[in-house]
Design a protein around this ligand. Structure first.
Ligand code: S5P
Length: 273
């Protein structure tokens, strides 16, 4: 039985990585496969939105480097909200450098990402050394890594043999790489024949999700939660502007978050059958 037709709970027990296990457990507990991307640029607004949407989400995705008034208290408050509402934190850092540099970017600087972010992500472009570098920081802390195997933007170069290469890199680092940012499932991709026999499971986290729009003016492309989860077999949908966008008030943001949570969960239940 392919992994994506099994329940999140059943799959949780199979992951050795603590971040992957915790994420799948939270998803089952809250009936939410919705990751909310809170791409706003002021600390106060960021925390207000996170507190408002916390009940509906399994995972809050951040771009911490866009916050203009970042300080350590933001991290303290974000972690408090993650306990209050029971969600994990995913810093969408998209690391893309040599091992030695990503070690420093992950653990040091103003943001000290490794100290608070359960999950982060990296491009495969530098080759396996980016994983070993990040793992040297993340594994002792129980963190998980997603590799970008595909992107949602028009004209993305991450396809074909590039995607295959990313999947092979992930297979060699199962303790730390928990899955992919991708538009499709990756089973069978880059398989050399024998991997198919291995009971492999990777989380597929998919951005480019929207119910009311098909894209934006800068190359973003949207599909619906049903297309992504029920038809495509993805595990987690990422929604940003579909929830916080358009300058709407907090009650509207909450209504939208619940709408995406319900749609994402319905699509998951549909594919289990
Ligand atoms: O391929 C990708 C990968 C990512 S992580 N396409 C994406 O859009 N993202 C991120 O998902 C992007 O950086 C943004 O934070 C979010 C999508 O936001 P939305 O407002 O378009 O839903």
């Amino acid at each position: 039985r392919p992994t994506f037709t099994r329940s999140y709970t059943e799959r949780a027990g199979k992951f050795s990585n603590p971040a992957a296990r915790q994420l799948l457990e939270v998803m089952a507990r809250k009936q939410s496969n919705l990751c909310i991307s809170v791409d706003v640029t002021l600390k106060g607004e960021f925390l207000e939105v996170v507190d408002a949407v916390g009940p509906y989400t399994c995972l809050i995705k951040t771009h911490i480097d866009i916050i203009e008034d970042f300080d350590q208290d933001l991290i303290t408050q974000l972690k408090n909200l993650s306990s209050k509402h029971d969600f994990l934190i995913f810093e969408d850092r998209k690391f893309a450098d040599i091992g030695n540099t990503v070690v420093l970017q992950y653990s040091k600087g103003v943001h000290k990402i490794a100290s608070w972010s359960d999950i982060t992500n990296a491009h495969a472009i530098p080759g396996p050394s980016i994983i070993t570098g990040l793992a040297s920081v993340g594994v002792p802390l129980g963190r998980g890594l997603l590799l970008l195997a595909e992107m949602s933007s028009k004209g993305s170069l991450a396809s074909g043999s590039y995607t295959e290469g990313a999947v092979r890199m992930a297979r060699d680092h199962r303790d730390f790489v928990i899955g992919f940012i991708a538009q499709n499932r990756m089973e069978g991709i880059g398989s050399r024949g024998f991997e198919a026999e291995v009971d492999e499971d990777f989380l597929i986290i998919t951005p480019g999700v929207g119910l009311d729009q098909s894209g934006d003016s800068m190359g973003q492309q949207y599909r619906t939660p049903f297309q992504v989860v029920a038809e495509g077999g993805s595990d987690v949908i990422i929604v940003g502007r579909g929830i916080y966008g358009g300058g709407v008030d907090i009650p509207t943001i909450q209504t939208r978050a619940e709408r995406y949570r319900a749609e994402g969960w319905k699509a998951y239940e549909a594919r289990l059958k």
